[in-house]
Design a protein around this ligand. Sequence first.
Ligand code: HEM
Length: 225
Amino acid sequence: MRENCTSGLEGGGAEPNRPSLPLSKTAGQTRPSGLRSIGTGPMPVPIRPEVLRNVELDYLGILFRWMHILAAVTAVGGTIFVRVALLPSIAVLPDDQRKALHEQVRSRWIKFVMGAILFLLASGFYNIIMKEKPPGVTALYHALFGIKFLLALVIFFVASALVGRSPALAGIRANARFWLTLNMVLAITVVCISGVLRALPPGSKPARPAAVGPEASPSEFALRR
Ligand code: HEM
């Protein structure tokens, strides 16, 4: 029964509209034809090897995605909290207490700000390098990514100035209300742009290097120039 089923699929005909099921590598049995099957019932569902390859997880990609999302949540959430809750709250304290609390918060928060910047840059570059692989991304994606990247650099600069102690950037700290508001608006904008980037369709970069010369057909050659 199983053999009939397998050879039926090799012809490409059996149950073409069957919905795909969750797959597990261990559940499959190797067939002489190279096909595997899922399910343990009397009639397991045979599946093609290329389908199995497609369900392999990109562990590094997931790790960098976690890094990016966690760092973004920390940086954006922290900025909003400081602007809307912490800043107005410490303003009611006497001067000496306000300065002491500010220093306590600053010395702890700086580690998270620096960590978030490092994580966002590392995972962001990984993301964009992966996105550039075929089929690549569209011109609109590049334009929006450029805007996002520039805004992110402004956010990183302002956040570093606010938690740092450089005398040259004391002016930014003296006007923390304005700069925190700006950073909050920019950070929310960056998250919104990122959501659009995620939703954009892929590009149309060819999957293999362009064949030029006698091996390419005339139309192929013309298209790839
Ligand atoms: C304030 C800084 C940043 C914030 C708040 C931020 C936020 C986000 C968010 C929320 C996503 C969507 C994550 C997902 O759904 O998996 C994302 C994706 C992404 N980010 Fe960022 N990011 C920041 C900085 C950066 C930087 C500096 C880079 C580049 C070096 C970068 C490159 C990317 C790329 C390429 C994606 C994938 C977009 C896609 O799905 O096509 N990000 N970012």
